[in-house]
Design a protein around this ligand. Sequence first.
Ligand SMILES: *Cc1c(COP(=O)(O)O)cnc(C)c1O
Length: 404
Amino acid sequence: MFSTDAGIPLSVPCLRGNEWAYIKECLDTNWVSSVGPFVERFEAMVAQKVGARFAVATVNGTSALHIALLVAGVKPGDEVVLSDLTFIAPANAVRYVGAWPVFVDAEPRFWQIDPEKLCHFLEGDCVSTNQGLRNRHTGRIVKAIMPVHILGHPCDMLPIMALAGRYGLTVIEDASEGLGTRYDNRAVGHLGHIACFSFNGNKIITTGGGGMIVTDQEKWAQRARYLTTQAKDDPLEFVHGEIGYNYRLTNISAAMGCAQMECLSEFISQKRATAATYSKAFAETPGISVPNEATNAFCTFWLYTILIEQEAYGMNSRALLRCLEAQGIQTRPLWQPLHMSPAHQGSWTTDCSVSVRLNRDALSLPCSVGVSTNELEAVIAGVNEIPFGILAGAKPHTLAKFST
Ligand SMILES: *Cc1c(COP(=O)(O)O)cnc(C)c1O
C-alpha cells in the first residue's frame, strides 16, 4: 500500500469527521457486530441520498452484487449483459450465481457501456423465444443488464432502460463508483431496478470494507436482508429456509459509514475542484485528453483519469506511469477489459475495441479528497513537463527508454 508520507498516493480515505466518535460509541456500548443502531442509520442515510425506498448494508460491494443478482432472479446458465471496461467484481458476481457475463464495449466519449452496441447485441445477436431472449451464439437466456457507472460518471441510462423495457430485462446498476453521481438530475443507483454500492478503501466514501443494495421493491429488499443473514427463518431455533450468506455489515463499519456520509457533499466538491484544476492545466498539453462530463450528467470524478496519445505526447501511458512513479507520484491504468481477462474466458463478447484503446491510453492521477495544492502542482508539472524534457533535472534521453 502506498503510504501518504512516501509520496503522492492515487486515492486515500479522508477521515476527518465523526469516525472516531462513532466507532468509540460502538465500543463503549458493546454494539460491535452485524446488528446495531449505526447499521440502520447508515442504510437510511444511503437510501435517502439515492432516493430509494430500501437499503440493505453488506460486507462489501461484491457481495451486494451477488445478492442483487439472486434477488433479481438470475439463474445458473442465464446471461447478464455487462460493461467490458470495469473492475472485475461484477463479472465475478455473475459467475457466483452460475450465470455468464456478456461483454459490451465502452463508448469513446464518457467511457461507459455503449447503448448502441448494447442495442446491436440485443437486436442482432439475440432472438425472442417463449423462455425469454436467447443469445443465438451461446443458446443462453439473457436475463439482465448490469451497467457499471465507472469513475464517477453515469452510464447513459435512458436508452438502456428503454432497451430493458423492450426486451423484458432487469437492470442491476453497479453504482460502486457512483455514489453522489447524477444523470438527468436523478441519482445513480435509482435509475434501474436494483443497485449496488461499495465502500471499499478507495471509494468516494469508505467503511474500510462495505457495500449496499438499494431498491424500491420491498420484496427484493426483504429477500436481500434474508439472504445476507444466512436465510434465517427462526432465530431462536436456528431454522434456515435455504442456503444463505453471512454478508451483513458490522455496526463498527456502519459507524464509519455514517461519519463518511456526513462529509459526502464536501468530498464531491473537492473531487470536482481537483478535476477542474487538472483539466485546466492539461487543456493545452499535446496528446493529453481530459475526462468529459455529459451535459445531462453530474460527475463526481471519483478517479480523475486522462488519456495519453503516444504520438502527440511523446510517450505512452505506461511510460508516463513509470516516470511519475520515479518521482513518488502514484498513478494507475484502467482495468484490463473483461473480455480479455483469463478469468472470464468462455463468456460471450461483442466487439470491444474502444475499451481496449481506453485501457491502453488511460491513466488515473492522484485525486484523494485531501490532496494539497502543492501535490496537485507536482502532478501537473510531471505530466506537462516529463516528455518534453523541461522538468528540472529530467534528462530526455534517459526518459526515452521508458517509451516502449
Ligand atoms: C469497488 C468496485 C466493486 C467491488 O466492491 P468491493 O467493495 O471491493 O467488493 C464492484 N464494482 C466496481 C465497479 C467497483 O469499482
